[in-house]
Design a protein around this ligand. Structure first.
Ligand SMILES: [Zn+2]
Length: 731
């Protein structure tokens, strides 16, 4: 039995059913290092489609909506693949599976079949969508054992539509009934796959007789009654739930393949990313739009998370055209600039666009031409979007197990905030970067990067620490912050950092914070009287603000001391606000050179505080530390005004630099009102040794551009970026 658990945030997502698409990813821990999954298969149809569409029907669509309208629209979008509603809660075809509810408006029609053959006639691939999470009263009456039960034993009514019942995801409803539905759909229509929405437990844990028995048989325990992550039954449940979902994935996949060997089962949200890396030929990320305070790069981040396990295997980036707020105005339409930016972030980060619309009848049609323009652009430039590999040289560790297992060092400290701060700083610094996943820290995944960043990667197994140590021994550089490696993969505190030997410091046992009014002294080097390179641009001040939390650490070696602690002092009354200690020898930044590697360890929460207060001095210090540890020129340098997400890719005969313009007063909280073009950007791209450009063009501007070669560096100017510009270099 492994020690998995569900973080409170993820638990809430699962239990409220909100954002259910994203809700599955997290439930995991204990990722041992895996060999890279067999190199992304080029077998099958999965890599062919570049543009996806999804039409999710509502029950009264049959007889009302016009299939031909949608088929015409798909054609105008140059869509290669469609996901279409088939069955589950409502069947949109004449099903023969008992208790599979035919749409009350179906009559003798077959709208699913009509759409499938229409798509087929245009050469499109078709994946059938099912949704198993709810059922009607007749199903409950015939099969009470299929219905989920709350902890009090009562059957669970659907939270949004009380006429429906929530089904048990881990018992015979999914394993038997939905299995028959999936077999029927694939046998009848020979579709290319089944895509199931909300296929994991919805509305809370299920306490039905099947779940009780199956859990007891697997673990010897009763189902947990508390959400306490330290409760052994809770930990066992989280692991068991993941195991059951993985079994369900494999069972449905086998059924689908038996009916059509080319087809696959594709879950909407894998049990965790590691499992997706092991099982999936293709994945779709259901991150449809911004909600609340979400930066636009969140869509690019989701793409990077999936690619960290999927490698080159294709990923569809599902986007909606409406508002994604908690009130769920499902028939809403979003502003054009907002839709364009969200999709551009996905495309620039390697996802293929997938527009999702439900309801065949439209009330607000403003999105139709917007999506058409986006897809037109994509179609016109497809050969430059069929990426073979990212060329980033910096990687940030994505640690699912830290998110699941690590509660933080103190109230107010959350791992996710460290990640958000580090991610934002990399975007703002215009550093092309990738995410790597803790389960795949193999040389073939890691060695393409010069620098690995560990942003409070607190929970790491001994094997993962070993893999990182080997990477450094092979010449890789490291930048680590705060509690990195202070816990094992199950979130248990170590005596010392797992990577203490690389950091050159030991944990002294104390966490300080939240600290009020603490500072950092920026100290010149004794030998030269000058500042270290990591303080570039900070020469005009002897000190900057400190973070909010710090770990007390003890150096095991002699270190330079460019940054030292000025301890907290009163911030009130004003008469008392003066430093009691003006200088210490307590280093707050540890820099080492180890062979070809450079290592920086920052014992305070620079990333978390950056996300919290966005201090530009912290950004500069991080930028400089990233540059010092990377210790090589970036594959692409983009200079000019604004905030731009920069990604660099190689295709078969070309390379591309994507510039996504995030500069907007609504950057942190959408929706955007307008796009604000940003002025000239000077771009320097490092070409592969020996390569000469045959042609350099700007895809959005639609023209060739003058460039200069200096050694292997190609330099050019992009006059303006509205939302998304791509520098494409034919080699
Ligand atoms: Zn159950």
């Amino acid at each position: 039995m492994s020690n998995n658990t569900l973080s409170r945030r993820d638990f809430l997502q699962v239990t409220t059913g909100a954002g259910a698409f994203a809700s599955l990813v997290p439930a995991v821990a204990r990722h041992d290092i895996q060999p890279a999954p067999s190199q992304p298969s080029t077998d099958g149809w999965f890599d062919t489609p570049m543009r996806w569409v999804q039409l999710t029907l509502v029950e009264n669509d049959p007889g009302t909506f016009e299939p031909q309208f949608w088929l015409d629209y798909f054609r105008r979008l140059h869509a290669d693949a469609a996901t279409l509603s088939a069955g589950g809660i409502v069947a949109y075809y004449p099903t023969d599976v008992p208790l599979h509810h035919r749409s009350a408006w179906l009559g003798t029609t077959d709208p699913f079949g009509a759409l499938v053959s229409g798509c087929r006639s245009m050469g499109m691939r078709v994946v059938a969508r099912t949704d198993p999470h709810a059922a009607r009263e007749d199903v409950r009456a015939a099969h009470p054992d299929w219905i989920a039960r709350a902890s009090d034993g009562e059957m669970r009514r659907h939270w949004a539509n009380p006429d429906l019942w929530v089904t048990c995801a881990l018992g015979p409803y999914n394993f038997d009934f939905m299995d028959r539905v999936h077999r029927e759909i694939v046998e009848k229509y020979k579709v290319d796959g089944i895509f199931s929405n909300r296929w994991a437990p919805q509305g809370g844990d299920c306490y039905c007789a099947n779940c009780q028995t199956n859990f007891k048989d697997a673990t010897g325990l009763d189902l947990p009654r508390s959400n306490d992550r330290r409760d052994p039954a809770r930990r066992a449940y989280v692991a068991w739930r993941k195991t059951r979902l993985t079994e369900l994935w494999k069972k449905w996949d086998a059924t689908v393949r038996a009916a059509n060997p080319e087809a696959r089962f594709i879950p909407n949200g894998p049990p965790d990313l590691k499992t997706a890396g092991e099982l999936a030929a293709i994945q779709f990320t259901d991150n449809q739009a911004r909600r609340g305070v979400t930066p636009p790069w969140a869509n690019g981040r989701r793409a990077k998370e999936y690619r960290s396990v999927m490698g080159r295997r294709p990923i569809g980036g599902i986007f909606s055209v409406g508002l994604e707020e908690a009130y769920r105005w499902k028939d809403s339409v979003q502003s054009e600039p907002e839709i364009r930016l969200w999709v551009a972030e996905g495309t620039a980060n390697g996802m293929r666009p997938w527009v999702t619309k439900f309801s065949g009848v439209l009330y607000d049609r403003r999105w139709l031409p917007v999506v058409e323009r986006i897809y037109d652009w994509h179609y016109a430039h497809e050969r430059y979007l069929r990426n073979e590999a990212p060329l980033a040289r910096v990687a940030l560790l994505h640690s699912e197990q830290t998110a699941a297992e690590h509660a933080g060092m103190a109230p107010g400290d959350r791992h996710e905030d460290h990640m958000l701060g580090m991610y934002h700083s990399l975007v703002e610094s215009r550093v092309p970067f990738e995410l790597v996943h803790e389960a795949f820290l193999t040389p073939d995944r890691l060695d393409r990067f010069k620098l690995l960043i560990l942003a409070d990667a607190a929970a790491l197994s001994d094997a993962q620490c070993g893999a990182i140590r080997d990477y450094v021994n092979r010449g890789g550089s490291l930048l680590a912050t705060f509690a990195t490696s202070l816990f094992d993969e199950g979130g248990r505190r170590r005596e010392n950092f797992g990577l203490a030997d690389l950091f050159g410091v030991s944990f002294a046992g104390r966490v300080d914070g939240p600290m009020q009014n603490s500072y950092l002294s920026l100290d010149p080097e004794a030998a030269t009287g000058r500042h270290h390179a990591v303080l570039a641009g900070l020469d005009d001040t002897p000190r900057i603000i400190n973070g909010v939390f710090r770990l007390d650490v003890r150096p095991a070696l002699e270190f330079p001391s460019p940054v030292t602690l000025i301890p907290t002092y009163p911030d009130l009354p004003m008469e008392d606000v003066y430093p009691r200690v003006t200088h210490t020898t307590t280093r707050e930044l540890y820099l080492r050179e180890l062979g070809r590697s450079r290592i920086a360890y920052i014992p305070w929460d620079i990333d978390r505080t950056l996300w919290d207060v966005m201090c530009v001095d912290h950004l500069r210090l991080l930028q400089n530390t990233i540059a010092w540890t990377a210790n090589e020129p970036s594959p692409a340098v983009v200079e000019g005004p604004g905030i731009i997400d920069v990604t660099v890719w190689r295709q078969r005969d070309s390379m591309t630099v994507h510039l996504v313009n995030l500069t907007n007063p609504m950057m942190m909280k959408g929706p955007l009102r307008e796009t604000i073009p940003i002025g000239p950007q000077r771009v320097s791209v490092r070409l592969p040794e020996g390569a000469r450009p045959k042609k350099v063009q700007l895809l959005t501007a639609g023209k060739a551009v003058d460039y200069r070669m200096l050694g292997t560096v190609c330099t050019l100017t992009v006059p303006s970026v509205e939302v998304h510009e791509v520098v494409a270099i034919d080699l």
